[in-house]
Design a binder for this molecule. Structure first.
Ligand code: ADP
Ligand code: MG
Length: 389
């Protein structure tokens, strides 16, 4: 990839695609992580004498919906870089084009949500050409969007001299280490809602790993595939065959698979609802399994001992609603306790768990991309990486 080392930003107007898809509540940014993660690149370019034009998406607006305006993000960003101003025009518009003409070195303009542009997601060439007029060089630092072949990620990168930002570089370096000559033993811990989201990554990693720990709702598809009784737990009925075949392939490749032995179950998901622990293959109606149980927490902690490389994606239970967060927290602690191992966590909810525990610094890498990190591990590259090569 071409990186910032290949770019002399002095006197240039640099267009930077960042990922400011942050959670908002009542017009306030709830979690600044993604803003903070963009600062090294922005500061590097500003110190080098550039002016900056920033592009980002926010949410999934249908058309120009003011609830998805980036104005609150500009307010939050200003606290870190005072020379930021918000341009309330979409990046493909004449107004936006005019507004960035007089930027002086050191100044930063954040334009309105790229997804307010109809052509953004279908990578419209005309829209990409309009974006390309906003700067003289393009820096892609939105790792969380690098799996999307959209106009502000891939389209514009083809039209300007383009470079990976520091966050992008850091992410690609860390995730590449999970693919190329990882130290063994190597464990992958998967959880979250659906098997179907994670099939590709399981298939790609099976030949490389030693241990596969499966929790979360996706475990129930595997448990049912083995003939277990899972009550009302979430199961993807159309993936039972696939789950069986993944288990067979894992065995054939010498991967030790750890499924839950017991689960914490309830008749609903409300906080404070009575819970009961059942064997994972004997959850009666009308109970649903909502977290891994105490025996499983212990077994998973044991299975992670001595691991030299680990990748974790997806919570072990309905982490948002205590007490169903216990399993996720115990996996977070077990990984954080590994000394000298290379540990990576990716995925919105699993990263939130790690942050809540204050264990972020105990991981080698906390990925800002959920879908992007999974796709990178599956394919070894991303549309937004390829375009910078
Ligand atoms: P990540 O954001 O870390 O990639 P996912 O988005 O794949 O993770 O999955 C997170 C979701 O999975 C959470 O909303 C969580 O409540 C849900 N989940 C986890 N375990 C269960 C379960 N046993 N039953 C229902 N939902 C679950
Ligand atoms: Mg998620």
């Amino acid at each position: 990839m071409r990186t910032l080392k290949d770019l002399d930003p002095r006197g240039k107007r640099v267009l930077v695609r960042v990922d400011y898809n942050v959670p908002l509540k009542d017009g306030q940014v709830q979690d600044e992580t993604r803003i903070l993660e963009s600062l090294p690149t922005l500061r590097h370019l500003l110190a080098g004498g550039a002016s900056l034009v920033l592009l980002s998406h926010l949410g999934r607006p249908k058309g120009q919906d003011p609830r998805y305006s980036l104005a609150p993000v500009a307010e939050a960003l200003k606290k870190h870089i005072p020379s930021v101003r918000f341009v309330p025009h979409t990046p493909g518009s004449e107004e936006a084009h005019r507004a960035v003409q007089d930027l002086a070195p050191g100044e930063v303009a954040l334009l309105e949500n790229v997804r307010f542009e109809a052509g953004e997601e279908r990578n419209d060439p005309e829209l990409s050409a309009r974006y390309a007029r906003l700067g003289e060089a393009f820096v892609l630092d939105a790792f969380g969007s690098a799996h999307r072949a959209h106009a502000s990620v891939v389209g514009v990168a083809r039209l300007l001299p383009s470079y990976a930002g520091l966050l992008m570089e850091k992410e690609v370096r860390a995730l590449s280490r999970l693919l190329h000559e990882p130290e063994r033993p190597y464990a992958v811990i998967l959880g979250g809602a659906k098997v179907s989201d994670k099939i590709g990554v399981i298939e790609a990693l099976l030949p490389r790993i030693d241990r596969l720990l499966i929790g979360g709702a996706m475990a129930f598809t595997f448990l049912k595939a083995q003939g277990g009784e899972v009550g009302k737990s979430l199961v993807e009925e159309d993936r039972l065959e696939l789950a069986r075949s993944l288990l067979e392939r894992a065995e054939a490749q010498g991967v030790r698979v750890h499924l839950p032995q017991d689960v914490v179950a309830a008749q609903g998901i409300e906080a404070g609802i009575p819970t009961q622990v059942f064997p994972a293959d004997a959850v009666p109606q009308p109970y649903m399994g909502l977290d891994i149980g105490p025996k499983t927490r212990e077994a998973f902690t044991e299975a992670l001992k001595g691991v030299r490389t680990a990748f974790w994606n997806g919570p072990m239970g309905v982490f948002e609603v205590p007490p169903f967060d216990e399993g996720t927290l115990s996996v977070g602690r077990a990984l954080a306790a590994l000394e000298g191992a290379f540990t990576v966590v990716g995925g919105g909810d699993s990263v939130a768990a790690v942050n809540r525990l204050g264990l972020k610094d105990r991981f080698s890498h906390v990925s800002t991309g959920g879908g992007a990190s999974l796709e990178f591990l599956e394919k070894g590259t991303l549309p937004g990486v390829e375009v910078l090569e």
